[in-house]
Design a protein around this ligand. Sequence first.
Ligand code: ADP
Ligand code: MG
Length: 443
Amino acid sequence: MIQVWNEVKEEIKKTIGEDSFKNWINKLNFVEVVDGFLRLSTPSNFVKDTVLTRYSSMIVEAFNARGSSINAMLVDVDLSAKSPKNTSEKISIDSETENNNVDEISLLDKRFTFKNFVVGKPNEFAYTAALRVAESDTTPFNPLFLYGGVGLGKTHLMHAIAWEIKRVNKKKKVIYISAEKFMYMFIRSLRFKNTMSFKEMFRNVDVLMIDDVQFIGGKGATQEEFFHTFNDLVENNRQIILSADKSPSDLDGVEDRLKSRLGWGLVADIHPTTYELRLGILQSKVKSCPINVSTKVLEFLAFKITSNIRELEGALNRIIAHASLVGIEINIEVAQEVLKDLLRSNEKFITIEIIQKKVCEYFGVKLSDILSTKRHKNITKTRHVAMYLSKELTTKSLPDIGKSFGGKDHATVIHAVKRVKEMMNEDRVFATDLEILTKALES
Ligand code: ADP
Ligand code: MG
């Protein structure tokens, strides 16, 4: 199997390039393939999250192309592998349970506390809900369902709840577990005919947190078990906290009755970051940093790195590391140089082809028609909008844009831009169409 893993790594290196390979794939260790699960490990949460979101299907496919039959991939975070004095602590759970996997599951990050969570408009509702659940003796909202895009603070909030509950009452049993791990343990317990202790383990907790439940879809038996465990816990007033990248009703591959059950408590979403929140987070992170980073540089980062908070943090760490290594003052030029690759990937990559395709889809017009000289009303409108958006959203010149529309000249593009601006003033519906299209292209 190690041999296969090495082949898989080589193949992926070719696809994604040396840099990404060094940053992510090369930081993974192979653990095992068992019962349709591929298990890898890595010393860092950051690597784990990135690998799972960006590369898991690539890795699984490469394995399966070599004769494996893997359904899902797990990445264990092995903090002890990095340094003996790690930042996490294991919360031990009922020692009577027979499953030795148990204490692996409650790995909490020391930095993920309420105190370290910067609150802004996009996350204040989720924050307030999380705090309420952590401070409450009863179960006011059950389950609490947190959802939002990658790297926006879901795991942070869950860990914060766990720390707060443990701080107030050490005796409380809190389990934090990823959905894949939950599934993995369940399937293992089926195999070893040990489902009783599995159920007991989860039924004897005060608070059960399952992270990233979008990964729980698909497996009928697991969902069934999840549903029963879930109902049991709720009936006994145990708090359940779930996170996902989608709302309960949008989860793929999850049975309808489970979906609706998941939405019974409080559903709180975390919205994409705003400039203010990004700046606030950067400011709070540099407070505890010995190296001086000017406000200008922080503003630059907050302006440029809009994808998510994880990347934003990563960017800040990189320039701080660079500065302390090289011993130079950080200004915008240095930041730009050090973060070249990251800044590029945060630039929205929009081409004229993408714009043409989207706009045609939107207005129900054939691509070949807008490249032609046809002057039917709907076709002309579609062509004008696509030209206008090409001018607004790409850096292409007017002659280049004209050429991409079946060899038209720059005067045609100027005319199109003018027409679209006029129509936006005259026609509210048209203005809304444009707004929707622009949003769709920029996301
Ligand atoms: P998710 O689970 O939603 O993918 P995480 O909770 O892992 O995201 O957050 C990614 C990183 O961003 C973590 O290091 C976390 O501490 C940080 N982070 C997220 N939101 C905030 C916030 N509001 N304030 C401070 N740090 C945050
Ligand atoms: Mg997470």
